[in-house]
Design a binder for this molecule. Structure first.
Ligand SMILES: [Zn+2]
Length: 336
């Protein structure tokens, strides 16, 4: 995919990025070698060729399988640094990074190992690339709520490093209400709240209504099925609850990128943002996702800049940083 100069240089903010989903096959091999793990593939190309997802569960199988090479704090540091190195030339300025502690603690890797590795990379990325970042801890919704609660309590000593909590993995049969108590406690502990409402899941609208009214999230990850209910669209537009949409990811797990829905929702006053989700698996980082919308949606540069500004608005960055990022985008557009 050819990235236009405007898209490449546009200052960007990413709010829906699973750090485990940035594990490229080359790094997977490097870490496997370092940790003495035998992969069921001979080359990175073979790994890539095996990514034939056509729905969320088939993606999740590959996603969790890939994580087995992540064992030490250095592994998590290398994982995150590889991501920062990829997106620095795409002018990513700020990112709120999802991580899945239970995908690691469930196989014997401690939360401390995960979080200290990620944290070290965040500090270094700020110095080396000028990219600011924060962490959002996600619970795996296909596990029991008790395990999520235990993970939440275990995270409390690391609270200064964690901005909020999210909910991801297989939504089918695992509605938001299952985690109502966990999220209530997270809120009481000072964490900000978001949850995945994946695209085209059975009962999606009910789950979207639930995350807004019952859980009280500050934003929704994916969530574009909300167009099916104009009343709910009005509610999130009024309350400034934004959506983190992931166009290229959508093409793998549903029937298209949903670019038209992004356009419709923006027209209706919803703060929609563009994000890469699991870029190593879906084959596109933040700039590729902007370019996908530009190409398929035939939208103006101003529209793309609006999406970048939406991400600043609904981000959980400090006010000073938000003002700085808005200034960078405005200045970029004025000069373009
Ligand atoms: Zn996601």
């Amino acid at each position: 995919m050819e990235i236009s100069p405007f898209v490449l240089g546009l200052p960007k903010v990413e709010l829906h990025l699973h750090i485990e989903g940035t594990l490229e096959p080359e790094l997977k091999f490097e870490l496997a070698k370092r940790n003495g793990i035998k992969l069921p593939f001979d080359t990175p190309e073979q790994v890539r060729a095996s990514y034939g997802f056509d729905d969320l569960p088939s993606f999740l199988d590959a996603y969790y399988d890939g994580m087995n090479v992540l064992l030490t704090s250095d592994d998590f540091y290398d994982l995150a640094m590889a991501y920062f190195r990829k997106v620095a030339p795409q002018n990513l300025r700020y990112v709120e990074i999802f991580f899945d502690p239970q995908a690691h603690t469930s196989r014997g890797v401690s939360l401390d190992t995960v979080i200290t590795g990620l944290r070290r990379a965040q500090v270094e990325a700020e110095q080396q690339f000028g990219i600011s970042s924060a962490l959002i801890m996600c619970f795996l919704r296909d596990f029991q709520a008790e395990y999520a609660m235990a993970t939440l309590l275990e995270s409390l000593p690391y609270k200064p490093w964690i901005l909020g909590v999210g909910l991801d993995s297989d939504e089918n049969g695992n509605p938001p209400s299952k985690f109502a108590a966990v999220f209530a406690r997270a809120r009481a502990e000072g964490y900000l709240l978001t949850m995945h409402c994946d695209v085209d899941i059975p009962g999606s609208i009910d789950n979207i209504a639930s995350v807004i009214t019952e859980i009280g999230v500050a934003r929704i990850d994916h969530g574009t099925n909300i167009v099916e209910n104009p009343g709910l669209v009005k509610v999130i537009a009024e309350r400034g609850i934004g959506l983190t949409s992931c166009p290229i990811s959508n093409t793998w797990v549903s029937d298209g990128s949903k670019v038209e829905l992004v356009k419709q929702l923006v027209e209706q006053g919803v703060k929609v943002t563009l994000n890469s989700d699991d870029p190593a698996y879906f084959g596109g980082y933040i700039a590729e996702n902007f370019q996908r919308v530009a190409d398929e949606g035939k939208v103006s540069d101003q529209f793309l800049a609006q999406l970048a500004l939406n991400a600043v608005d609904i981000s959980w960055a400090p006010a000073v940083l938000k003002a700085q990022l808005r200034g960078e985008i405005d200045e970029y557009v004025a000069k373009a």
